[in-house]
Write a protein that binds this ligand. Structure first.
Ligand code: DGJ
Length: 777
């Protein structure tokens, strides 16, 4: 086996490995691109004098070589490395392993072992390292896929041969010196997904993990390592994620020598595996990226990678149809007449797709019953899905449908006839989630059943969009063979088998994943579904914050946001329609989720205008480069922008949390546009609800009108406050790219209780403003 250095490169990063004199695989460096001419020996960890309690590996040739000080690519226990292992085996002689490189080199695509776990597409190079455990004789292969322009390295481990019991097989291990890093990660729960945390890495072990079944809303599988000084646009930033939809575990260990050990992969709690003869075990791919350009730099790498190497090409760059989903409009309480009324109205507003959500099949009038039957409820929909989809077509709209194929209710035929298909421990009453049971997707019969069921329904009508829901965590998972336990892994691979079959059969459909909102938002799902519903909280303010945190690791094109009713059903918050539009539009795939038949004339008019704007600009949201931006000094004010590739169009959203009346000069956040161009910057004509002002109205109206009386109510449904007092507020500027790049453009001042004018921006709690920036001819 060839000893020496291995230099893996992407456009701007280097990953330098060394097969050292002992045959161990060391990581010497991961960071900004180095030249091939570099003397890599200067990167090596030089051993200190032997320290008191250190374990010396062999004494030969170096009597100071201790694995506790080596940055290893595969980490095991029992030979002097006292950090957490990334690979743990139990074999005839115990738990100790010592992996030595036996072969390495560039490989061919065909060399990649395959099951249904997704493999990111179109990599530039594949490098492999084959290692053998001197003790158990286990053979493993480390796979490295290099994605040059995305600056991403994907890594995984394949256990090729082993008689040991595998107790932990993380997808990667990365050891590095801690340079005052913070970790940025997310936590959350149902309807409150994706809360961000940035915290110093302290000595000890930091972990994000889940055993919920899906990758879960508890923690998203992505996390960042940011230098202490790293900001949005500058400083070292590392990003990590896993291409997997099941329970994961990521740990960062900081030891007394200020070294960090990072590993990420399937959760080893509940996992063990004994290989059959000729069987291999494949971990999911994890991805690693690095940027010197701060948080935005690392998110650009992630976005590029997902758009070009993860998502299906069919929708990777396509603008999404504007949709209306009936869930928050009707919940389960609908019939054909009501749905047709929604379609009728939607078709006059420029909405392009109607999505029929939960409740269309027999016995599905509440959460308790009906899942698993998928036979149309003829009482509600006498002309079936076909009748409805044809109706939508006639009205010039497409038709989409909700499914929850992984679950069944107690009253379903499947629960009665195939109890063994349901995840339950024999003899133990299974626990429920949303009163439903989960099918065991690891079983081939269940996979076939789901594929057939969904296929039949999709063929039964003119359906062009699917919302695939999954509304509970898993429980009662079991194994009938106590020699191994791979329940979650097998479930996840089973899910991918199903999705592979359905994507090949229906490639043209737009597929949206959903799991009570964001309970399964990960790169595994995105290898099949084109986008994911982020949260069951549809409040405009909560959602834009969630989307912006997700955008650290995922492009807007894989998320979707809807304009919902006020008060918002989850927060009881009242946010003006224009703001609800701004925020949903800047969220990715765009739509509505409210009863459009109850819109006021003013709302209908606004919505028509908004939809025309979506059609003009959605391309920039889906395909543009996303930036989180700096905005003023107010803590609760945030800004986000997208810029088209040609730098001729950009959008900037400035969003308020709790509003403060600070007499601050507002500048349009700096955005890297083209220095040579002149741009028009404009915001939608301000449309404040008359009722916002309450009794203050009479300070500007010529005659006294009762502010909560019938006249104001009538007017409120038809006019904005600006229209009422004939004082339009239309912010529009002509400005150079250079000035925009410098953040020099001054915006209209915000309302601060000192009167209104044609240049007063009516900011309130949770409102936002969207600027459209277009190159001037
Ligand atoms: C949870 C989803 O997130 C909602 O949008 C809706 O589809 C319901 N399930 C339907 O049961």
């Amino acid at each position: 086996m060839e000893k020496g250095y291995i230099h893996l490169k992407t456009k701007n990063t280097s990953y330098v490995l060394k097969v050292n004199d002992y045959g161990h695989l060391e990581n010497l460096y991961y960071g900004a691109l180095l030249s091939d001419k570099e003397d890599f020996s200067v990167l090596e960890n030089k051993q200190q004098n032997m320290l008191g309690t250190s374990t010396i590996y062999s004494g030969e040739p170096d009597d100071k070589y201790s694995l506790d000080f080596v940055n290893l690519e595969i980490a095991t226990i029992g030979k002097g490395d006292y950090r957490k292992p990334s690979l743990l085996l139990e074999h005839d002689l115990g738990f100790v392993s010592d992996f030595i490189v036996i072969e390495h080199g560039y490989g061919k695509i065909d060399d990649l072992a395959k099951n249904s776990l997704p493999i990111p597409q179109n990599f530039d190079h594949y490098y492999y390292v084959l290692l053998e455990d001197k003790i158990s004789k286990t053979i493993i292969k480390l796979d490295y896929l290099l994605f040059a322009s995305a600056n991403v390295i994907a890594r995984r481990v394949v256990v090729i041969k082993s008689t040991a019991k595998l107790l932990k097989v993380a997808s990667f291990n990365l050891d590095m010196v801690n340079n005052h890093y913070d970790v940025y990660y997310t936590f959350g729960a149902w309807a409150n997904e994706i809360r961000p945390v940035r915290t110093k890495i302290n000595p000890g072990i930091f972990e994000i993990s889940t055993l919920a079944g899906p990758s879960s809303n508890r923690h998203n599988p992505f996390f960042l390592l940011l230098g202490k000084e790293t900001g949005l646009d500058f400083g070292k930033a590392y990003g990590f994620n896993l291409i997997y939809s099941g329970p994961f575990k990521a740990t960062i260990e900081r030891n007394a020598y200020n070294n960090l050990r990072i590993n990420h992969g399937i959760n080893d709690e509940t996992f063990s595996k004994v290989l059959k003869e000729d069987e291999v075990f494949i971990t999911p791919f994890a991805i690693l990226t690095f940027s010197e350009m701060g948080e935005n730099g690392v998110s650009h790498n992630f976005h590029h990678f997902i758009k070009h190497h993860i998502v299906r090409k069919e929708y990777a760059t396509k603008a999404r149809p504007i949709l209306l989903n009936n869930w928050e409009a009707t919940y389960f309480d609908f019939n054909e007449q009501k749905i047709k009324a929604l379609i009728n109205k939607a078709s006059t507003l420029g909405i392009e797709l109607f999505v029929l959500d939960d409740g269309w099949f027999k016995n599905r009038n509440n959460d308790y019953t009906g899942l698993g039957n998928y036979e149309i409820d003829n009482k509600k929909l006498p002309h079936g899905l076909k009748g409805l989809s044809n109706y939508a077509r006639k009205k010039g709209m497409k038709f989409g449908l909700w499914f929850e194929p992984e679950m069944v209710s107690k009253d379903s035929e499947i629960f009665k006839n195939h109890p063994e298909w349901v995840i339950q421990i024999p003899g133990v009453t299974p626990s429920t989630g949303r009163f439903q049971y989960a099918l065991n997707l690891a079983l081939k019969e269940v996979q076939d059943f789901i594929i057939q069921n969904v296929t039949e329904t999709l063929k039964s009508a003119d359906i062009s969009y699917v919302k695939w829901d999954y509304n509970r965590n898993l429980s009662d998972f079991y194994t009938l063979n106590n020699a191994f336990s791979t329940f979650f892994y097998d479930y996840t691979v089973g899910l991918y088998n199903i999705l592979n079959a359905l994507m090949s059969a229906f490639p043209a459909l737009l597929w949206e994943g959903c799991a009570s909102g964001g309970n399964r938002f990960d790169l595994g799902i995105l290898s099949f579904f084109d986008q994911i519903w982020v949260s069951d909280c549809s409040d405009a303010y909560e959602r834009i914050r969630m989307h912006s945190v997700l955008a650290k690791a995922y492009p807007l094109s894989v998320m979707s946001g809807h304009v919902s009713a006020i008060p918002n059903h989850q927060m009881l918050r009242h946010i003006p329609l224009q703001t609800r539009f701004h925020n949903a539009f800047m969220s990715g795939g765009f739509g509505y989720e409210l009863d459009v038949t109850r819109l006021t004339p003013k709302e209908s008019k606004e919505i028509k205008e908004y939809n025309a704007i979506v059609k003009l600009f959605q391309n920039v949201v889906i395909n543009g480069q996303y930036y989180e931006l700096h905005s003023g000094s107010q803590k609760d004010k945030k800004a986000y922008g997208v810029i088209s590739e040609e730098l001729d169009t950009a959008l900037i959203l400035i969003s308020n949390g709790i509003y403060q009346t600070l007499p601050e000069i507002n500048k349009l956040p700096a955005l890297p546009l083209n220095d040579e161009y002149i741009y028009n910057v404009t915001a939608l004509s301000q449309a404040t609800d008359i009722k916002t002002f309450g009794s203050l109205l009479n300070m500007v109206l010529p005659k006294f009108i009762k502010h909560d009386g019938a006249i104001i109510n009538y007017l409120n449904k038809r006019k904005s406050a600006e229209e009422l007092v004939k004082m339009p507020v239309l912010e529009t500027f002509k400005v150079s790219g250079k000035a925009l790049k410098g953040g020099a453009l001054t915006l209209y001042p915000e309302w601060s209780a000192t009167g209104v004018s044609e240049t007063t921006r009516m900011s309130q709690d949770f409102t936002s403003i969207l600027y459209f920036i277009t190159k001037s001819d």
